[in-house]
Design a protein around this ligand. Structure first.
Ligand code: NAD
Length: 513
């Protein structure tokens, strides 16, 4: 019924699920939860219930940490070469199973098959990077006096937790557990309750690659599960990716409990379109970055600032957006799939309406789109609002749907000021043929990831994901050098090896110099 369809996955629980249930993964075993709270997971293109996700019981959550804590005792002593070999095998297995992983993402999350493969690939690249583990783990050494050396050794933290969002069901878990275990930690990972399927497949592949039992554990649930991870004293660090509200809560609660926390949160990414840019390349890039994954990317370019006469390009952008095909993600010609839930669709449509009510002009309206064969899906078609102003609700909120907001600026200075005034700092891009404009933008913009003629400037894993300001809490970014730092601590050793014994016996009580 319509009422049933409108319940959120997280709200609706029932005692005895009939049909497929998602397992927990504890101590190398896929186990049935004994909970009586189940979250139905629906295919967002059809509303068909695919599985019921358990809210793990307190005993099950403890069992996952017990397994991780026990496994840490031996895993921390494994050699870097053993862990490197496992990463090499894991990257091979992920590549081999890419289509299976992507198909799971399409059915649970809704994005298109091609885009889902990109989701897997961008996570796989972190595993590939983890294959250079011996170099990444190297410490530093220097002789500080004739017979004395000081060196530091990177050591793992212990049990670490990961809490994931729905929008990249493979990539984001892969930002977390491969680096965590490659550096010698053991993990308790909570995938999104909206689409845990890809993480479950990754656990199978990790076991096949040789990750020992207890090193990787998966728990499911919602707020109680998250709070357990924040409070469990044996969990040393938490990696979180998701919304602002959850991120602030987890950062504060985890930090208060003495944990190291990295929390990547929401975004409002702006593109600046200069009139000297290559028009076709720029308009293609804007349409792809605004509407790809139905706008459900934290690095989606959801806001564009057209400078001076570039404003005249908006009608052509509308034409390109109209060409995009909205349908179920496995359809061969699909460009955009559905939004994750009925609520996400309603919220997106409400924010579009609020923009119109506050004076924006809807130059392309994707609301009410009918997708033949998928009439129950949470579809919103590409939508473009022009004449948007920074005081409007649609500008202040992260919409997380296929909606591109268009603002005007007289010049580059005004565009930069507008972006720097926005609280978020995840990503931004400039489209221009002027090196001087690009350089000015790069140096004056206060956003952590900058694209120059590149619409979604997500750095490859040898760099780090460097979102800034309102888009992150914590000091150490995901993956790259800072990812290694996040999952390790230095032990610094000062060693004295003299060839001969000292020639006098009186002790010195002064501070050593
Ligand atoms: P979400 O915050 O709703 O959920 C993320 C995780 O937090 C889930 O595992 C969920 O169970 C848990 N959670 C949700 N509400 C909670 C609460 N009140 N207390 C404790 N835990 C809670 O996020 P989402 O909707 O799954 O993901 C979309 C959001 O993630 C967007 O804001 C997007 O910008 C952001 N995101 C950011 C990045 C980045 O790197 N900056 C990447 C991907 C997604």
């Amino acid at each position: 019924s319509a009422r049933v369809l409108q319940q959120t996955a997280a709200q609706q629980t029932q005692e005895t699920p009939k049909g497929h249930t998602t397992k927990l993964y504890i101590n190398g075993e896929f186990v049935d939860s004994k909970t009586n709270k189940w979250i139905p997971l629906r295919n967002p293109a059809t509303q068909e219930i695919l599985t019921y996700v358990p809210e793990a019981t307190p005993e099950e959550l403890t069992a996952a940490t017990d397994a991780a804590a026990e496994a840490f005792k031996t895993w921390r002593k494994s050699t870097v070469l053993t862990r490197q070999r496992i990463m090499l095998d894991l990257q091979y297995l992920i590549r081999k199973n890419m289509d299976k992983l992507a198909a799971s993402i399409v059915s649970e999350q809704g994005k298109t098959f091609a885009d889902a493969k990109g989701d897997v690939l961008r996570g796989l690249q972190v595993v590939e990077h983890a294959c250079s583990l011996p170099t990444l783990m190297m410490g530093e050494k220097i002789s500080v006096s004739k017979d004395m050396d000081t060196y530091n050794i990177r050591e793992p933290l212990g049990v670490v937790g990961g809490i994931c969002p729905f929008n990249f069901p493979a990539m984001i878990p892969l930002w977390m557990f491969p680096l965590a275990i490659a550096t010698g930690n053991t993990c308790v990972i909570k995938p999104s309750e909206k689409d845990p399927g890809a993480m479950m497949l990754l656990a199978e592949l990790a076991a096949e690659a040789g990750v020992p039992k207890g090193v990787l554990n998966i728990v499911h649930g919602a707020v109680d599960c998250v709070n357990y991870i924040c409070d469990e004293p044996r969990i040393q660090a938490i990696s979180f990716v998701g919304s602002d509200a959850a991120g602030k809560h987890i950062y504060e609660r985890g930090s208060r409990n003495g944990k190291r926390v990295q929390a990547n949160m929401g975004a409002k990414n702006h593109g600046v379109i200069m009139p000297d840019a290559n028009k076709n390349t720029t308009l293609n890039a804007l349409a792809g970055a605004a509407f790809g994954a139905a706008g459900q990317r934290c690095m989606a370019l959801s806001t564009s600032i057209f400078v001076a006469e570039a404003q005249e390009w908006i009608p052509e952008l509308v034409e390109r957006a109209k060409e995009l095909k909205v349908t179920e993600g496995m359809q061969p010609d699909a460009d955009l799939g559905p939004l994750i839930s009925v609520q996400a669709k309603e919220r997106c449509e409400r924010l579009i309406q609020s923009g119109i009510d506050q004076g924006a002009k809807v130059v392309l309206d994707g609301r009410g789109i009918k997708v033949p064969g998928y009439e129950n899906g949470n579809f919103v078609g590409p939508t473009i609002l022009s004449h948007v102003r920074p005081d409007m609700e649609c500008y202040r909120e992260e919409i997380f749907g296929p909606v591109l907001l268009c603002l005007d600026a007289a010049n580059l200075d005004d565009a930069i000021e507008m972006i720097n005034d926005n609280p978020y700092g995840n990503g931004t891009a400039i489209f221009t043929n002027s090196g001087a404009n690009a350089r000015k933008f790069q140096s004056e913009i206060d956003v952590g990831q900058v694209g120059i003629n590149v619409p979604i400037p997500v750095p490859l894993p040898f760099f780090s994901f460097t979102g800034s300001r309102g888009s992150i809490l914590g000091d150490l970014n995901f993956y790259g050098k800072t990812g290694i730092q996040f999952y390790t601590k230095f032990k610094t050793v000062t060693a004295l090896w003299k060839e001969e014994d000292a020639d006098h016996t009186r002790s010195s009580v002064n501070m050593p110099t």
